[in-house]
Design a protein around this ligand. Structure first.
Ligand code: 4NP
Length: 156
């Protein structure tokens, strides 16, 4: 059974903290009892709060980003978490490379839980783009988290 989910992007300041905040809210509403965290494949924003552009976008819809701070993925995460969701194909490849063979099955693309996965495998990196990128990220993440909630409900 899936009890612990880790969302992973590059910096852990835009996409994965958004997924962390959105899933925390949606799991709570759906009364799904899981532990949620997020991390980055890079540690270059370590201890930073989420990007203000992500927070602005999420807060418009009432999501709470408190107590989320950037941290890098560590070796122990692969054993600890039951499901490790990469936001894009680069993150997925880095995780696959670093993960011990026995835990590799835990790594999936986040978009697998989105109904448009067949044509869209990634939540695109919004960091160097404009505000539209951040609203697209939130949109993809909300729908993906709804799919993830449905999956968790069915498999519990
Ligand atoms: P994230 O976005 O991976 O969604 O947190 C990024 C944050 C920082 C950088 C790139 C992407 N950066 O190059 O610093």
């Amino acid at each position: 059974m899936i009890k612990k989910v880790l969302f992973v992007c590059l910096g852990n300041i835009c996409r994965s903290p958004t997924a962390h905040a959105v899933m925390r809210a949606k799991a709570n509403l759906a009364q799904i009892n899981i532990e949620i965290d997020s991390a980055g494949t890079s540690g270059s924003h370590r201890a930073e709060a989420p990007d203000s552009r992500s927070v602005r976008e999420g807060e418009k819809l009432g999501y709470d980003f408190s107590k989320i701070y950037s941290r890098p993925v560590v070796e122990a995460d692969f054993a600890y978490y039951d499901l490790i969701l990469a936001m894009d194909l680069d993150n997925f490849a880095v995780l696959q490379k670093r993960c011990p063979e026995v835990h590799k099955h835990k790594i999936q693309l986040f978009m697998q839980y989105h109904p448009k996965f067949a044509t869209n495998k990634e939540v695109p990196d919004p960091y160097y783009g404009g505000a539209r990128g951040f609203s697209l990220v939130l949109d993809l993440i909300e729908t993906g988290c709804e799919g993830l909630c449905q999956f968790l409900k069915q498999s519990s």
